[in-house]
Each structure stands twice: as structure tokens, then as C-alpha cells.
Ligand binder design. Structure first.
Ligand code: PGA
Length: 253
């Protein structure tokens, strides 16, 4: 546990239509709408943002998207601009999730452009980094993640870096039920913080670093107790409003 602001972000991935999103928001607000000790974020599919904008307006729950394109507007069929997200009251956007890196072939170059564009638009990027199982077994986990951080956050001012959130998500732990041990997650998050310190010096101490990968009600407290883990990016366990509300309460300790 640190002095940094803590964040619990739900990543709905490709789940929930508008009716389900509306029901979820009402129930979730009823359960955790008074919590101000940490920042809660729901990263929803684009199609649910409009409904959630109305439902979460003036609440303590922040809205986020799961991806965006890096230019303001233009002939980019199927893409969504940063400004379209701020127009939907988004304050966060997930960038470089491993599912996009792997399935949609997003490169570090694309991800770096998206991080910069998000910052320019006033959004807080949640930059996802993480190693796959081979890289972990070969002892290359930290080197992999360091490389991603360096390539994805080039040429940012200290002021810009202060608004970046990093999520360490080992690919082998996502959706598998296999969480990294809190000691391993701590070691990786500390390594990420020291990489950021190499780029930005003391600003690294201010950046929230989240852990993601099979986070549940039952393991959140142990993860959050670690010095360099400032919260969680939660996939599967964020889909049920009551379960996610319990997870948030457990995160408070
Ligand atoms: P999970 O997903 O919690 O379902 O493992 C985390 C993520 O991919 O952000």
C-alpha cells in the first residue's frame, strides 16, 4: 500500500449490451456510489458509453474506453478518436491491451502514438504491458516489460507522464484463473517503476501501477498490500456488479 491514489478499473472487454450496461450501472452505484477513498473506473465497449455517460454522470465512478485511434479525425473506417471519447465523458482509456497486441497486431509504435494522443486529448491512458508464458519461463519477463515501457512511453514530458497509468498484466494470467503471486507481481511492478524512473526520474513515484490478470474478490487485498501495486485492472471479475462491488470493498482493506 502506498500514498499514491489507488485505482480499481473494470475491463468489460466485448461484453454487455446497453440494457445490461444500464442495469449494471444502477446496481453498482447503489453499492459503491459513496466510496471516494479510491478511483473506480468502468472501461466499457464503445457502444455502451453513451448509456453509461448518462447513468454515471456526477457519480464517483469514472468512465473509460478500451481502445482508440491516434488522430483527431479523418478517413479511418471503423476507428474512434480521442475527442469522441471525451465527448462521451470518458476520462480513461486502455491502450495496448495484450489482446489487441496479439489478435489485432498492435505494435509498440502504434501504442506509443495512442498514448500521446490520449494525453493530448486530456485522457488518462492505462498502458498495458506484460510478458507471455515463454518469456516468463525463459527468465525474460522483466526485460520484456521494460522494453515495452521504454518503447510505449517515448518523449513524454514529466507533466504528461504524471497522467499515465500503467497496468502490468502477465498474459499467462489473463482469464486463466492463474494469478501471479503477489510477490512476483510486486517484483515486476517495482521493475516497471524503476524503468519509468530511468525515463522520468522522481515522477515515477507518482505513477499508479496496477496489476491485472485473474484478480478476484479473494486476492485483491493481498495484491494491494504490496508497495508498488496501486490497484487492479479487472476483467472477468468486473462483469457482475455485485461481485465487482465486493472486490472494490475488499481493495479498501
Ligand atoms: P481477467 O482480465 O481479470 O479476466 O484475467 C484482465 C484483463 O485482461 O484486463
Amino acid at each position: 500500500m502506498s500514498n499514491r491514489r489507488q485505482i480499481i478499473a473494470g475491463n468489460w472487454k466485448m461484453h454487455k449490451d446497453n440494457g445490461e450496461a444500464r442495469d449494471y450501472a444502477a446496481k453498482f452505484l447503489e453499492l459503491v456510489g459513496e466510496i471516494t477513498e479510491l478511483d473506480m473506473v468502468i472501461c466499457a465497449p464503445f457502444t455502451a458509453l453513451s448509456v453509461l455517460k448518462d447513468e454515471l454522470e456526477e457519480s464517483v465512478v469514472h468512465l473509460g474506453a478500451q481502445n482508440m485511434f491516434w488522430t483527431g479525425e479523418g478517413a479511418y473506417t471503423g476507428e474512434i478518436s480521442p475527442r469522441m471519447l471525451t465527448d462521451m465523458a470518458c476520462t480513461y482509456v486502455i491502450i495496448g491491451h495484450s489482446e489487441r497486441r496479439e489478435i489485432l497486431h498492435e505494435t509498440d509504435e502504434m501504442i506509443a502514438k495512442k498514448v500521446k494522443a490520449a494525453l493530448n486529448a486530456g485522457l488518462k491512458p492505462i498502458l498495458c504491458v506484460g510478458e507471455n508464458l515463454n518469456q516468463r519461463e525463459d527468465g525474460r519477463a522483466l526485460a520484456t516489460v521494460r522494453g515495452q515501457v521504454e518503447r510505449d512511453l517515448p518523449d513524454l514530458s514529466p507533466e504528461e507522464l504524471r497522467r499515465v497509468v500503467i497496468a502490468y498484466e502477465p498474459i499467462w494470467a489473463i482469464g486463466t484463473g492463474r494469478t501471479a503471486s503477489s510477490a512476483d507481481a510486486q517484483e515486476m511492478c517495482a521493475g516497471i517503476r524503476s524503468t519509468v524512473a530511468g525515463i522520468a526520474g522522481v515522477v515515477a513515484e507518482e505513477i499508479p501501477i496496477l496489476y491485472g490478470g485473474s484478480v478476484k474478490e479473494g486476492n485483491i487485498q493481498e495484491l494491494m498490500a504490496e508497495t508498488d501495486i496501486d490497484g487492479a485492472l479487472v476483467g472477468g471479475a468486473s462483469l457482475d456488479a455485485e461481485g465487482f462491488a465486493r472486490l472494490v470493498r475488499n481493495a479498501l482493506g
